[in-house]
Design a binder for this molecule. Structure first.
Ligand code: BG6
Length: 510
């Protein structure tokens, strides 16, 4: 393992270490950090799980995950062999105090070996039903007591609704203080998501026009082509609103709409984000039908192949009323954004995979060009593309070559891969590294999570109370239910992500 002597000793405990998250994300990210010299020399991973797995079976499974998902490809045997001695396995029931006492002893043993105190990071990679249990036991075992050296990491779903989110936050707060709690939203670890702050606040160009005077409307799209895959059991109790809107889309909204931060302190940035959620105009129950659209995919085609409808997926009820598509129209009641619509949409089994934010600027106040010059005229538009295309496209008007004055839309592009030789780390690498450094900037604070739930509560309640009569209402491989168009004000439109992909491809080929 290539280590970094500047980093303080750390014990990284993974509860649920034999599960999917550890296999697919955590271990590959930790391994990749080790290859980048981003782990301390004194470093241990303790994998805790209920199931009885021998050390070698566990290592075999983790190796398989690293082979499949490491950013560096299959690791060389030497690199893996240097890494594995840092992995320890402890079998234990998450609901028994003795598991935690043994864990404490194991941490002490490592500290003794190293001759120094170590940071202890407790990562809950378990089913959500354990999220309310593990912190209690860590507290009882005295493992949460050190406010500087002990931390807990929790993944979404943080609650199922406002009430359960509050209850979970209260359980966490009973043993840990807020600065010890790291709530992961993996979207915040994406380079392109972090770049929203860089783009907005490291350049003087856009901030002066980033407001209601110049911006007509904003769309945020998170479109997936995949269905629910092997997660039908979980998803059928969650749905798109809980699974994607409450967390990932709300984070994107906050980053686009927040006021400039005064410093890069975690709490300063998080305060500015929470301000956005507090300023979002509440959707009253009777406005839910006009302000939202829900959908569920039926069978259709995906990449040329026939795919089943949602109700035919494994783990999904045959008469399920769970939405796999959600769209919302929101307004932010403050000086910057008054009356500018923010349209959010996300769905599974859509026509194309794309996560992007589109900022549609207003038309010029006076059209001084002759009408024949501006036939194809379009107001300027800025697209922040998060995934899979990573870049920014600014569409504006230019003079078409020739003797006459004719305007045509053109694009100016920034593409991550073209501009930077450095590969982007996986979001989990960034987030785990930040947990080790105790930097909470990219993590959700309790009040932000609760504010997001509060905002969506009327929608959840109305959707729950009124069964959709038309599910499934979009075919797999399309752009979602037809009435999504009805959310938009006249003249507004959802941009087709294909436009951006085409723009970036054109850039690459030119
Ligand atoms: C997860 C959701 O949080 O995000 C999944 O639970 C979704 O349903 C995934 O597929 C999308 O993440 P990404 O990074 O692939 O856009």
């Amino acid at each position: 393992m290539k280590t970094n002597d500047q980093l303080e000793p750390t014990v990284f405990v993974i509860f649920g270490g034999a599960g999917d998250l550890t296999w697919r994300k955590l271990m590959p990210a930790l391994f990749d950090l080790s290859q980048d010299r981003s782990l301390p020399a004194q470093f241990a991973i303790i994998v805790v799980d209920r199931i009885r797995l021998g050390d070698s079976a566990l290592r075999h499974r983790l190796h398989d995950g690293v082979n499949k998902f490491s950013r560096f490809g299959k690791p060389k045997a030497k690199a893996w062999n240097q890494f594995t001695p840092h992995i320890h396995y402890q079998q234990g029931d998450f609901k028994k105090l003795q598991t935690y006492m043994a864990l404490g002893k194991q941490c002490e043993k490592l500290e003794k070996e190293w001759g120094t105190k170590a940071h202890r990071i407790f990562y809950m990679a378990t089913p959500p039903s354990m999220f309310g249990e593990i912190p209690k036991y860590l507290g009882k075992a005295g493992l949460a007591r050190d406010r500087e050296w002990a931390r807990i990491v929790i993944e979404k779903p943080i609650g199922y609704d406002l009430e359960s989110a509050r209850a979970l936050n209260a359980v966490l707060a009973a043993s840990f203080i807020e600065s010890q709690i790291f709530r992961i939203d993996h979207y915040l670890g994406k380079e392109t998501v972090q770049n929203i702050l860089a783009f907005r606040f490291a350049n003087p160009l856009f901030e002066p026009i980033w407001n209601r005077r110049y911006i007509d409307y904003v769309t945020i799209t998170v479109a997936e082509t995949v269905g629910v895959e092997h997660r039908g059991g979980y998803y059928d109790h969650a749905g798109a609103l809980r699974d994607m809107v409450q967390n990932h889309l709300m984070q994107l909204l906050c980053l686009v709409a927040m006021e400039p931060m005064v410093s890069f302190e975690a709490d300063e940035i998080r305060n500015k984000k929470v301000d956005v959620l507090h300023a979002v105009r509440p959707i009253h129950r009777d406005e839910v039908p006009q302000s939202t659209v829900r959908g569920q995919y039926g069978s259709g085609r995906n990449g040329g192949n026939k795919v089943p409808g949602y109700r035919e997926e494994d783990g999904v009820a045959r008469d399920s009323q769970t939405e796999t598509f959600a769209a919302l129209k929101l307004f932010i009641d403050n000086w910057r954004w008054q009356d500018v619509p923010f349209y959010l949409r996300t769905g599974k089994r859509l026509s194309q995979q794309a996560t992007e934010i589109s900022i549609q600027f207003r038309a010029v106040p006076h059209q001084s060009f002759p009408p024949e010059a501006s036939l194809g005229w379009q107001p300027s538009r800025l697209i922040l593309s998060i995934h899979p295309v990573e870049g920014i496209v600014l569409g504006f008007q230019a003079k078409y070559p020739g003797p006459k004055m004719q305007l045509r839309p053109v694009d100016m592009r920034f593409c991550y891969r073209e501009s930077f030789a450095a590969p982007s780390p996986d979001a989990y690498e960034t987030l785990l590294w930040d947990v080790m450094k105790r930097d909470a900037t990219l993590f959700m604070r309790a009040d932000q999570v609760e504010a997001a739930w509060q905002l969506l509560t009327p929608v959840l309640e109305v959707w729950q109370a009124t069964a959709p009569s038309d599910f499934p209402n979009y075919a797999a491989g399309t752009w979602g239910p037809e009435n999504t168009q009805g959310l938009l004000a006249p003249g507004h439109r959802w941009p087709l992500p294909t436009e951006l992909v085409a723009a970036v491809k054109k850039g690459k080929n030119s």
